[in-house]
Design a protein around this ligand. Structure first.
Ligand code: PNS
Length: 157
């Protein structure tokens, strides 16, 4: 059985995240979605809210688990018996940082990182832009799952 990890901040989850997780779910036996719980960084949604939004965005995926973590990703991976990390790459601009993280993780523990090219439809999409547009009153309904669009409206009233 091949298990993979899809880690991220997911603040909030976007259609780009969902696309990558769905594709990982179709290629691998088990997918563990890992939401970073970063106490030093202010987030719009709590880690528990982000886990809940991700779960409710993909209720049909039966081989996907959701959890949050603090500390090193490789420690979370070991605790969940996963040796492969899957990340989406939107553009060349993502690559430098993603490559450094992949190599750092590989040096910390024997984990591989696989990159999936993001669907071009979502290549410009980021959680930070979604937060900004939503905060300024723009519509993000086409950019995020319905449950996330609703949660953003409630959060930002
Ligand atoms: O959605 P993001 O913000 O690109 O996700 C980044 C994340 C959570 C994958 C990354 O920050 C991470 O793995 N953090 C855990 C800390 C860690 O393990 N750092 C050392 C290896 S680079």
């Amino acid at each position: 059985m091949t298990s993979v990890l899809c880690p991220g901040s997911f603040d909030p989850p976007t259609n780009g995240h969902v696309d990558v997780i769905r594709r990982a779910s179709s290629m691998f036996d088990r997918v563990v979605v890992a939401v970073i719980r970063n106490p030093s960084k202010t987030s719009l949604f709590t880690a528990d809210e982000r886990v809940d939004l991700l779960r409710r965005s993909m209720p049909d995926l039966t081989n996907v688990e959701y959890d949050s973590f603090e500390g090193l990703l490789v420690d979370f991976a070991e605790a969940h018996d996963v040796d492969v990390i899957v990340k989406g790459l939107r553009a060349v601009s993502d690559f430098d940082y993603e490559l450094a993280m992949a190599q750092m993780n590989r040096s910390l523990r024997d984990v591989e990182t696989l990159f999936i090219p993001t669907n071009p439809e979502w290549s410009y999409l980021s959680s930070s832009l979604v937060r900004e547009v939503a905060r300024l009153g723009g519509t993000v309904d086409e950019l995020v799952p319905e449950v996330v669009a609703e949660a953003l409206k409630e959060k930002l009233v």
